[in-house]
Write a protein that binds this ligand. Structure first.
Ligand code: SIN
Length: 425
């Protein structure tokens, strides 16, 4: 990559975030000129690539978007914005079609139709997967290839946003550390797609990059933040003191795996909404008891082929899930709260949009339904792109020197560890 100037023209749209939401938005914006800032080398550092579950969508015969929306609303603890949940479910099949067109190899049944799996709190099987538990990785590979081939998109890796730029009432870009050096990026439209905040907790399934930076810079610029306390804990991460904690996909419980105590007794309905299952497990682990996910009868010898990611993660920790139950504990997984965004991803600040996990649209209420997260990224990514393409974008002035980072923006390793422990406690 050529050396960047201190101030860079980011084109028509600047996107902070190289996960699914950021890349999908960038592709949908073509032919507008887009700069994408990725906090790590692209494909790393984004939760999207780690997603095991898949994408929920009413694509199977007999399923209806209304039923998907009803399950989303029922899971959300009475706090879902119902219109937004309906919109999410209604637009899901079209976004699956987009991903197929981008070459995502979703699993198919013997008749060649999309195969669908069951996950907790869904009234029926409606999750599309790739090679069992590899949806996130496969989707990201397809998107990375597409953005690398798109002449309208420039990707800048190792670039972490640390401050938004305001010009009057409008956001006109941001300052980022690019490989440790401050660089100013100017654009008439800025999109935050920086992901969640799980790595602010001691036990999380999220990559270390998910520290809520997008939320923080939006809050500092005065954007409205919605429901920041709505943090989802996934019931089943492998309990092996590994950071991040490897996820054990919900699809295993969908396939019949059972949650048991140290004596092998079941203690909860495995297919209840995620918050209820996580609380039932936490009630035991907080007393020092061990909890296990037992897939020996339901999955057995099919495990390595059906769930290759979970299998590999278990084997690395000397746990053979074909022969032994997997020790599990809840882990911070997903942030339903975030930058308040309307149905087109507009934040409360002019010129600033947000989509994916950093945004809070109300679609998930206080508890996201399984496999609605990759879905949210593509549905709202497409809506943000359409909204920006319909907007009239102003000129932005050329320079805005990058400010020094403050202490609050530079958390050292000891302070971060103390914070993560306090958050988990
Ligand atoms: C999982 O596979 O259990 C995680 C999927 C999700 O977070 O929706």
């Amino acid at each position: 990559m050529p050396r960047l100037s201190d101030t860079e023209d980011a084109g028509d749209v600047l996107i902070a975030g190289g996960g699914l939401a950021g890349l999908f938005t960038a592709l949908k914006l073509a032919p507008l000129r887009v700069t994408v800032l990725a906090a790590a080398p692209i494909g790393n550092g984004a939760s999207s690539a780690w997603a095991q579950g898949g994408i929920a969508a009413a694509v199977h015969e007999g399923d209806r978007a209304e039923d998907h929306a009803a399950d989303t609303i029922a899971a959300g603890a009475g706090l879902v914005d119902e219109a937004t949940a309906h919109l999410l479910a209604r637009e899901a099949p079209a976004r699956i079609a987009d991903l197929l067109q981008l070459g995502v190899p979703f699993d198919r049944d013997l008749e060649g139709k999309l195969a669908v799996g069951l996950e907790a709190a869904h009234g029926r099987a409606r999750i599309v997967h790739v090679r069992g538990d590899m949806a996130g990785k496969a989707i990201m590979e397809a998107l990375i290839a597409a953005v690398r081939a798109a002449p309208s998109i420039r990707i800048i890796e190792n670039a972490e946003a640390y401050e938004l730029i305001s010009e009057g009432a409008r956001i006109t870009g941001l300052h980022a550390l690019v490989a440790g050096r401050p660089v100013t990026f100017r654009a008439p439209a800025t999109v935050l797609a920086t992901g969640g905040a799980g790595a602010l907790y001691a036990v999380t399934t999220n990559p270390a990059e998910s520290r809520g930076q997008g939320l923080a810079i939006a809050a500092r610029a005065g954007a409205l933040i919605a429901d920041p306390e709505f943090v989802q804990f996934h019931p089943t991460a492998i309990d092996a003191e590994k950071d991040p904690a490897p996820l054990v996909t919900e699809a295993l419980r969908g396939a019949g795996a059972k949650l048991v105590d140290a004596g092998g007794a079941r203690f909860v309905d495995e297919l209840l909404p995620r918050d209820q299952v996580a609380r039932a497990i936490a009630a035991r682990t907080q007393k020092g008891e061990k909890v296990f996910l037992d897939a020996r009868d339901a999955v057995g010898t099919k495990f390595p082929h059906a769930f290759p990611t979970v299998y590999a993660n278990c084997m690395k920790l000397d746990i053979d899930p074909v022969r032994a139950p997997i020790p599990v504990a809840p882990a911070a997984h997903y942030h339903m709260g975030g930058v308040a965004a309307d149905e087109n991803g507009r934040s409360s600040l002019e010129g600033l949009w947000a989509c994916g996990e950093v945004a809070s649209t109300g679609a998930h209420g206080a508890n996201r339904l399984a496999s609605n997260s990759l879905l949210e990224a593509v549905v709202f990514g497409a809506r943000v792109a359409a909204d920006i393409m319909n907007a009239s974008l102003p000129q932005v002035s050329a320079s805005a020197p990058a400010p020094e980072l403050t202490d609050a923006q530079m958390l050292d390793a000891d302070a971060l560890l103390a914070l993560r422990r306090a958050m988990s406690a």
